[in-house]
Design a protein around this ligand. Structure first.
Ligand code: ADP
Ligand code: GLC
Length: 488
């Protein structure tokens, strides 16, 4: 059980959480924000599925807390709900155990299965709170997988002590919404017919949208940067929900993500060849750069700038721009290290460049935590040219590790990376606005110019970035204030 404090009680409901399961930034936030809220005096429980892929070492630490049967679906079929629990640094983690839904290799296995899985998960999360008699002030739900929580709370759970809890739904990525046939969602959610009309789930005569329904019913909506909060109210970024979001905008705030500065601490990072802080970054970064290149089979020695990229390889991340200018980046003084998996189109493009520019390009097509740390530390600059980016954590980690980001001015990238200004000698990185290969190339070339011709200014930026506050502290306080507003 979570420790009792006089602060607010908050339940986090989401589909992934580091270190148990992580496929992207949602997993990082589900880990770091509860810890930051605990430091602010809150009592936090995180509820997530007990996927089969959770490493055995974590499963062994969990204890069985209880189980019950829960009705789900239009026909009222009953399903087992087991609760496995563990505690880490003051945060309680409750895992929803049901082999029928979660016994797959990965968390996400395709929408046809994911819709039933997350309908069940959303309802089971509330049923677990009820079972444990732990009634939160706020139930903080994340992305479409937890979007039915606000609806269940106001319908199926209206008649129990949980009804006093407020719900908050955070949009981490509006591109994924949980859209399916109306009958499929009606059947698996077991929610009443009236909700399948236009203001709530309905998209058109055939389809229903889980995220849309959740956003309509949540007491509060947040997203992960102020700029993305504005962007998603426009047709360009709204993923067809811009009008819906404009309608609900009075209940919406943008609060920028942070990173966990204990995990991302270059002075204590055991995964690095040479841990460092701001006082010795310049020498030690060089050691990390050499170690990284040696590990990856790249040419070592002076005179070359290393560009890093750690990312899901999808259209969101602006990789078509990188692909388009790759030959122009490779000017003989530049090396590129890519770590990621995803769309075969990008995986193959980067493999091709590795072959073509042997010794200067590494395409590491895989998911690898250790290597990610070594790239953040060993690269000179870091590419995040996203088409859209709700917040983005990689540019924050890069800055923390004294690596200069090259980003597109969108979403959280715009809010966290101040453009370099040579005259004032300020800023954190190199930015571009319009989504064109030429604009990205210009930003990369600007970075190269400063790196090769004005090293004192570059080095000052490296140090400035390391000292920038990218922790969760300020943002956790903003969430807390919003929770309090909801309870008032
Ligand atoms: P998104 O959630 O859209 O993928 P974020 O920038 O918010 O993007 O978060 C990505 C997180 O996943 C970061 O912690 C990053 O280091 C990590 N990551 C992405 N790809 C890989 C990879 N191939 N190996 C290791 N870590 C990765
Ligand atoms: C999503 C977004 C990313 C954000 C992360 C955590 O995956 O793509 O921009 O940083 O969620 O909020």
């Amino acid at each position: 059980m979570g420790k009792t404090t006089k602060g607010l009680k908050v339940a986090f409901v989401g589909s992934e959480c580091y270190p148990f399961v992580k496929t992207g930034g949602l997993g990082d936030v589900m880990y770091a924000l509860p810890r930051a809220l605990t430091r602010e005096g809150c009592s936090v429980r995180v509820i997530m599925p007990l996927y089969n892929c959770i490493p055995e070492k974590f499963k062994k630490q969990m204890k069985y807390v209880g189980s019950f049967m829960m009705d789900q679906t239009m026909e009222g079929r009953t399903f087992y709900v087991g609760i496995m629990e563990t505690e880490m640094d003051g945060v309680t983690y409750d895992f929803v155990d049901n082999r029928e839904f979660f016994d797959w290799g990965n968390p996400y296995t395709g929408l046809w299965e994911d819709i039933p899985k997350y309908c069940y998960f959303s309802k089971a999360s509330l049923a677990i709170l009820n079972y444990l008699e732990w009634y939160p002030d706020v139930i903080h739900c994340h992305d479409w997988q937890a979007a039915l929580v606000p609806l269940y709370l106001k319908t199926k759970f209206w008649n129990c002590p949980l009804k006093d809890s407020k719900s908050m739904l955070t949009i981490h990525n509006l591109r994924f919404q949980g859209i399916c046939g109306i009958q499929h969602l009606k059947y698996w959610s077991g929610l009443s017919d009236g909700l399948f009309d236009y203001p709530v789930f309905k998209v058109n005569d055939d389809e229903a949208n889980m995220f849309k329904g959740g956003l309509a019913y949540a007491d509060a909506i947040t997203t992960v940067s102020a700029t993305y909060a504005k962007e998603i109210q426009t047709p360009e970024f709204g993923e067809h929900l811009d009008a819906h979001l404009r309608y609900h905008a009075v209940r919406m705030k943008g609060i920028v993500n942070g990173i966990d500065t204990d995990i991302w601490d270059s002075s204590k990072d055991k995964l690095l060849a040479a841990p460092y802080d701001v006082t010795d970054v310049l020498e030690k970064k060089w050691e990390n750069k050499e170690a990284l290149r040696e590990q990856l089979g790249l040419a070592c020695g002076e005179g070359k700038m290393v560009l890093g990229l750690v990312s899901r390889l999808t259209d969101q991340k602006g990789l078509d721009l990188v692909d388009a200018i790759f030959p122009q980046i490779m000017d003989g003084n530049t090396q590129v290290v890519v770590l990621g998996t995803g769309d075969p189109r990008y995986e193959n493009a980067f493999r091709y460049y590795e072959e073509k520019y042997k010794g200067d390009v590494c395409a590491y097509i895989s998911y690898n935590e250790g290597l990610a740390h070594r790239i953040y530390a060993g690269a000179d600059a870091f590419l995040v040219p996203s088409l859209f980016e709700p917040c983005g954590l990689t540019q924050l980690i890069a800055m923390r590790y004294g690596t200069v980001p090259i980003v597109r001015e969108t979403g959280g990238l715009k809010d966290t990376v101040l453009p370099y200004d040579a005259e004032k000698n300020e800023g954190n990185g190199f930015t571009f606005d319009r989504y064109t290969p030429e604009n990205l190339l210009q930003a990369v070339n600007n970075a190269k110019t400063v790196f090769f011709t004005d090293r004192p200014r570059w080095d000052a930026m490296v140090k400035r970035n390391m000292e920038k506050d990218v922790s969760w502290e300020q943002s956790a306080k903003q969430y807390l204030a919003f929770y309090r507003e909801l309870k008032a």
